[in-house]
Ligand binder design. Structure first.
Ligand code: ADE
Length: 324
């Protein structure tokens, strides 16, 4: 049996049970392409998998980053709201390093949200009355009425779905933080979807094990997810589970705004001073007050004032039971 998800704690073992023999993968299509990595849809026997490989022009540092991601995924283990590792190829040569994870058939959450937005924006345009002068904000309101409906299908999004996504992601992140692992790149683009609107936290490319790395570590990589970063990460390169909570708040905003880019109309170089003055993103027009108050609490200046992932789980569970 090549797939051994349970054996992630083989620390110190010289025979790595995660290692997949070269040539056992059947590559299908490219799912995604980043700055230095490519994610392939592949078959491992009869199992659909996703494989992350480096591009040919990847630097030594990028290679180290993928190796790091592989080690962290081995350590994290399996959880229903974390994309689980299936195997890897670490041997240098034609294959390694290569990370094999479970395939999430519905793709990433950001694309899903934008599909919903576009479908309904089109429908709205079709039914638009010429007499009605539709301003930007009116449009958002109308859009929300149309989009966030209770019809149950694969490409609908109900208020319950929004709360369910928020709950599932906080459950996954609560598990990750209990393992003392920081994500550091929590965003809708890094959440993957499976059947039944189950969502999973993915992409540990920037993650760090807080036991082996200082929380003050700096990324040497110039590209930072600035719009998702906590104030203390921007000013002092401090990363903790509480800075992941800040990013979770931004992710919540992305969900409610159906895949918009955070801080619309704000230039990246103006962001820091804006945040330091205490400014935060406004409530999206379609956002219920109780969800906005959660995201605002994730953006408190002092990390200790923000909710923990475990209190976020409780908050969304309470909101979900209130709805039913
Ligand atoms: N895109 C990136 N990673 C993926 C995965 N594991 N499953 C499906 N699509 C993906």
């Amino acid at each position: 049996k090549m797939v051994q998800n349970e054996n992630y704690q083989n620390v110190g073992s010289s025979i790595d049970k995660w290692e997949i023999p070269g040539g056992s993968l059947d590559f299908k299509t490219i799912l995604g392409e980043g700055a230095f990595g490519i994610v392939w849809h592949a078959m491992l026997g009869n199992t659909h998998v996703a494989c992350k490989v480096l591009k040919e022009n990847a630097t030594a540092d990028e290679k180290r980053q993928l190796q790091q991601e592989i080690e962290i995924m081995k350590y994290v283990g399996s959880h229903p709201n974390i994309v689980s590792m299936i195997g890897c190829m670490t041997a240098d040569g034609s294959y390694g390093p290569l990370l094999i994870v479970e395939y999430c058939s519905k793709g990433d959450l950001l694309s899903f949200l934008r599909t919903i937005y576009n479908n309904f924006a089109n429908r709205f345009t079709l039914m638009q009355d010429t007499e009605v002068q539709v301003g930007k904000h009116d449009f958002s309101n109308k859009l929300y009425e149309l989009v966030v409906d209770e019809s149950e299908n694969e490409f609908s999004l109900s208020h319950m779905d929004i709360l369910s996504f928020a709950r599932q992601i906080s459950v996954g992140m609560n598990y990750l933080s209990s393992q003392k692992v920081l994500h550091r790149d929590l965003a809708a683009r890094n959440i993957l979807m499976c059947e039944g609107k189950r969502v999973k936290v993915s992409d540990f490319g920037l993650s760090r094990d807080v036991y082996t790395d200082s929380v003050y570590c700096k990324t040497t990589n110039g590209k930072l997810p600035v719009r998702w970063m906590a104030l203390e990460s921007l000013t002092h390169q401090i990363y903790t589970s509480q800075s992941d909570v800040w990013s979770f708040g931004i992710l919540l905003w992305e969900i409610v705004s159906l895949g918009a880019i955070p801080y619309p109309g704000v230039e990246t170089h103006d962001l820091l001073s804006l945040l330091m003055e205490g400014e935060r993103m406004a409530k999206p027009h379609m956002c219920p007050d109780e969800i906005y108050s959660v995201m605002r609490s994730c953006w408190f200046e002092s990390p200790n004032d923000r909710p923990t992932f475990s209190s976020l789980v409780a908050a969304f569970e309470a909101l979900l039971t209130k709805e039913t």
